[in-house]
Design a protein around this ligand. Structure first.
Ligand code: G3P
Ligand code: CA
Length: 269
């Protein structure tokens, strides 16, 4: 992809590959990151959680059984929580076979491995801190790793990285620890509450069914912590009609499992 590419085919809408190009490759794996890159998409989204021995890994669910073969390898370890397994144990799991035989042997990436691949591909990252209530201090730990990998350099902070969470407290913590980072709150606060969110969140990333043109305008009327117009991204938008409708609402970005479908829909308008 074009470095820093966010817009779809020159269009203004930012298209983010949700959990990587997860409509075409197993979610939250390096294969899904590479698939997004091969399709020309510069933005990928992921989910970050923590292992028993304190390593950050990229996986969506709080448990391992949906997206790995953990039941086969560790049949007596129910309920197979991410936080009850070491990084070494998780590294042995197959995170690709559930999706398709050609992805057999694909692993759950560590956050470090994931970021190295995103950097290598010249992509940008929408990083979600997932279930932060389960992992005290995960915000500080994630930022330390991002810093070590060069992701908190000024060149990345402007347009290569956004940190998001469903937890307002987590987003607020990220903003307090490193005020330069662009942040997003995952949810749809009431319009009268938006001003409070604008103190620590640069954008609202909303479930698309909750959005309306009026809500998008209300967000756009505010400035975020970096004194720029607050933005709205919609998730998870996997249909051409929905993509066109949300583009019509004036959203700034769309998070999708099928980025090619969204790009085709909005450029064909
Ligand atoms: O990026 C938005 C979206 O990822 C939030 O929902 O459950 O897919 O993490 P979820
Ligand atoms: Ca997510």
């Amino acid at each position: 992809p074009t470095p820093h590419a966010g817009a779809a085919g020159g269009d203004r809408l930012v298209v983010v590959a949700h959990r990587g190009a997860s409509g075409y490759a197993p979610e939250n794996t390096l294969a899904a990151v590479d698939r997004a890159a091969a399709m020309g998409f510069g933005w990928v989204e992921n989910d970050v959680q923590r292992t028993k021995d304190g390593r950050l890994v990229v996986i969506h669910d709080a448990t391992l059984e949906r997206t790995t073969n953990v039941k086969l390898l560790f049949p007596h370890r129910a309920p197979w929580r991410v936080r009850d397994f070491t990084a070494g144990e998780i590294a042995r799991l197959d995170a690709g076979s559930w999706y398709g035989r050609r992805y057999a042997g694909v692993r759950v990436p560590t956050l470090q491995q994931y970021m190295e691949r995103v950097s290598h591909n010249h992509q940008s990252l929408l990083l979600e801190i997932k279930n932060p209530e389960l992992y005290p201090g995960i915000e500080r730990q994630t930022l330390a790793l991002l810093d070590k990998e060069g992701w908190l350099d000024p060149s990345h902070l402007t347009d290569r990285l956004i940190v998001q969470s469903f937890s307002a407290g987590s987003v607020r913590t990220v903003h307090a620890l490193r005020p330069g980072i662009r942040t997003a709150y995952l949810g749809t606060p009431q319009v009268k509450e938006l001003r409070a969110y604008a103190r620590f969140a640069d954008q609202i990333n909303a479930l698309y069914t909750k959005l309306s043109p009026g809500y998008v305008s209300a967000v756009h009327a505010l400035k975020g912590p970096h004194d720029k117009t607050m933005r709205v991204f919609a998730w998870t938008v996997n249909g051409a009609d929905e993509a066109r409708r949300l583009d019509g609402f004036g959203v700034d970005g769309v998070i999708t499992n099928v980025p090619d479908v969204v790009r085709t829909a909005v450029t064909a308008r």
